[in-house]
Write a protein that binds this ligand. Sequence first.
Ligand SMILES: [Zn+2]
Length: 469
Amino acid sequence: MTTPRAAAIYARISSDPGATHAGVERQLTDCRKKAEALGWGIGGEYVDNDLSAYSGKHRPEYARMMTDLADGLLDAVVVYNLDRLTRRPSELETFHDAIQAAGVAHVQFVTGEANMLTDDGLLQTRILGAFAAKESANISRRVRRKVEEVAAQGRPHGGARPFGYEDDKIGIRETEAGVYRQLVARFLAGESTRSLANWLNDQGIPTVTGKTWTTTTIKGMLINPRYVGLRAHRGTVVGRAVWEPLITDEDHRRILAKFAAKKTSGRRVPQRYLLSGMLRCGKCGNTLFSSARTERGKTTRRYVCSSGPDHGGCGKLTIAAAPVEDLIANFVLYRLDTPELADTLAGRSSADARTQELTTALDADTQQLEDLALAYANRDISMREWMTAKKPITQRLEATQRQLAAVTRTSALTGIVGDGAELRRTWDTLNLGRQNAIVAALVDRLTIGPGQPGARAVDPHRISVQWRH
Ligand SMILES: [Zn+2]
């Protein structure tokens, strides 16, 4: 056997917690010493940093070394020990075959005398390889246990820096902490997550990842138990955290209760405008939102396509509310007098009993959710128990709400079909909820087309009506 003139030195550091680049430097130094002691020349150094040989992630430098070996640029390999080279037995066999095919006769570990290319050496290497594989499995188990241990001790782990805290996730970043407390105060005072997202975006305060705020990120942050100094692991609070809270337990419970109440009572939110939720933008298809604008002391109600957070509309369409509401009311009243509508609805009028049944079910489920929230607030159950118990009830509730909505649409018309003339006389005296129910019972969708800039009156041709059938 000739003395190698161009040995490859291979070093790798895995992503074990606490690993540092120094580990690679030490491996390289030891490999260079070993090559020098053996009288081998060095042909190249190959270093993969922060990659695990066990996970099977691609190792670019390892691949480059194998190519250089196959190309005959190298005639030996020096590596600190076997598990720097590979921790998977199948990869060890592949390595062995590739080395033999390349005619390389020397593979040397810094630790141990084994040259893996002799029969004895190969057997020993295989045993070591099998052992290393097992050891790696133990390591990933250890890492997993470590994560759980860290959680149980209330220390932070992984992921992006939480808003309000420093990079160590423990120290408080006062500027952001102040913003968080303001958010909580404004939310508890009744401000919507949408308005809060707008506020932060308008202030030019970014999220920790530099993105703009949405109602989802606002809600996620408001309900996060970290802000009362609790450590959660896989969605469950596992205990007190090592960091300081930003808000009180009391405020946290009030936030959770507010979100819980909002979810179950969504159907009771009063309709502000007759056509809320029914109009679509003719330019982009998004739902139009009601908005009021005050100019020179005079307030005009409008429906607008909003490009704000969450909405993603084109933001380029606006229509005055009052004239479009008048027009639609007239369409609807006319429609009520058409004979085909009476026919369509004939089979669906026995809705009252069903409505009663659904309303009772809805009230029972809502009550149960309120009881659960109370049990949590009184510390009778844990947050995990609360979440688990809530899920099936919430699902049932949502299904009931959908059925109720369908039934209510039809029953809104009970007794008024075929009597548009009478309704026309009393329309203005009906409350908004009743008017809205009648329109929603008849109209599936209203699309508003673009208008002439500066036009005073609403052009009826801008409105296209899709009736329910
Ligand atoms: Zn639009």
